[in-house]
Design a protein around this ligand. Structure first.
Ligand SMILES: Nc1nc2c(c(=O)[nH]1)N[C@H]1C(S)=C(S)[C@@H](COP(=O)(O)O)O[C@H]1N2
Ligand SMILES: [Mo]
Length: 407
């Protein structure tokens, strides 16, 4: 908060604000496009909400960049906007302070500008909203109507939180079971706070750059606390306070939002719900959207496409929480009766998505292809994603199906 007043390069007059101001002149009646709301975004991003800004990557754009998702097309999910930060350009680090406290032996604060001089680490990781795929649930849960474009594969670079604490000679207490990060906000805007299990400290990064460029302001610049392997919501943009805590924070983004029902103290990933049923979320009967659920996507062919046969190249990506490797992706063209092994581009543990491909021999006509990933922990994806139906529509990971035609 006090940070905000001191910031020098605050561009309060983003394109979004300009549009609103132009309302009286008539042309704001048309819904603003993504590039009008956030400077530098691709105009074809699908605007799910103007305020706070929420936009998803159309699937054809997502698959056009199968290595890395460029900042121009990466989805945006704000629960709370930070005025002036609606641009893909970097944000000034000058005067931005971060406090570190809670259950640590020596609370301290630092200036983001000090981080640039320290050893940097890099991680390529999937950034995915836990609401991604929500529209595939039936009946449709509440919340932003994400299709499959609330996801990207990006490289963050910055200072490892663990190394930074060690360099400062600061130790979290053994009583600290969670890391709780608070975002900067303006005025009396609601707080954005998230808690993740202390295990996440292992790979936590104070990110200063993304895809080799200054971290875009809209994606959390000048500094974002990223937790590789954790769902989007946990990666707190514009971080200004990091606390080590005994319990989870209890603001709305921690409970009741961003959780799925569970049976406490069991290893069932979620408690199946009667679709349409309500659930009394609390800290005990539900689990926060933390580790990324194993998932896979078909990048080609696309739904409705006509492709040349009889040899058809099928490809896509698969990812999990990075704790164990993805070991296989299989594809089926007969509704799951038989499966063919796809080839994986890389082996081993990774927080990034892993590309896969297979070549199938297919007769002319209509086909439906399914893809399913497995990891070394034996985890896979439900054939019917609706088994994980939950009131708020989180963590969809059902096997993807694509209908296409072979010429
Ligand atoms: N400060 C702050 N951090 C935040 C959010 C937010 O509203 N404010 N939204 C979270 C959610 S729900 C997601 S999915 C990701 C989206 O990251 P992106 O906007 O950089 O794509 O940011 C997370 N971090
Ligand atoms: Mo999200």
């Amino acid at each position: 908060m006090q940070n905000l007043n001191r910031r020098t390069t605050l561009k309060l007059m983003g394109m979004g604000a300009a549009l609103l101001a132009a309302g009286g002149r008539g042309w704001a009646q048309q819904a603003p496009t993504a590039d009008q709301l956030v400077k530098g975004k691709h105009p074809k991003l699908i605007v799910l909400s103007q305020r706070p800004v929420v936009m998803e990557t159309p699937y054809d754009l997502l698959v056009s960049q199968p290595e890395k998702t460029p900042k121009e097309i990466l989805y945006i999910r704000n629960n709370v906007d930070l005025p002036g930060y609606n641009t893909v350009e970097g944000a000034s680090a000058q005067g931005w302070k971060v406090e570190v406290g809670g259950l640590v032996d020596k609370p301290f604060s630092f200036e983001v500008s000090e981080l640039f001089a320290l050893p940097q680490a890099e991680v390529t990781m999937v950034l995915q909203c836990s609401g991604n795929g929500r529209t595939l649930y039936n009946p449709r849960p509440s919340g932003n109507p994400w299709q499959r474009g609330g996801v990207g594969n990006v490289t963050f670079r910055g200072v490892r939180l663990k190394d930074f604490l060690a360099a400062k000679g600061v130790k979290p207490s053994e009583k600290a079971l969670f890391i709780t990060a608070h975002a900067s906000r303006q005025g009396n805007a609601p707080e954005f706070v998230r808690s993740v299990p202390i295990h996440a400290l292992e790979h936590a990064l104070l990110a200063l750059s993304m895809n080799g460029e200054p971290l875009p302001a809209v994606h959390g610049g000048p500094v974002r606390l990223v937790f590789p392997g954790y769902f989007g919501v946990n990666n707190v943009k514009w971080v200004e306070k990091i606390e080590f805590t005994e319990g989870e924070n209890t603001t709305a983004e921690q409970v009741p939002r961003y959780r799925v029902p569970v049976i406490p103290n069991t290893h069932l990933p979620f408690l199946p719900q009667e679709p349409g049923q309500r659930y009394p979320y609390n800290l005990q009967n539900s689990r926060s959207n933390w580790l990324v659920t194993l998932n896979s996507f078909i990048f080609a062919p696309l739904e409705g496409q006509t492709v040349e046969g009889p040899y058809v190249r099928v490809e896509g990506v698969a990812f999990n929480d990075g704790i164990v490797p993805i070991v296989s992706v299989e594809v089926s063209t007969n509704g799951g009766r038989t499966w063919h092994q796809a080839q994986l581009a890389t082996q081993g543990k990774t927080f990034a998505w892993v590309r896969w491909r297979a070549t199938l021999y297919l007769r002319p006509g209509q086909h439906e292809i399914m893809a399913r990933a497995w990891d070394a922990a034996g985890r896979s994806q439900p054939l019917d994603g609706n088994i994980a139906w939950n009131e708020r529509g989180y963590e969809y990971s059902g096997v993807m199906r694509v209908k296409f035609t072979v010429a």
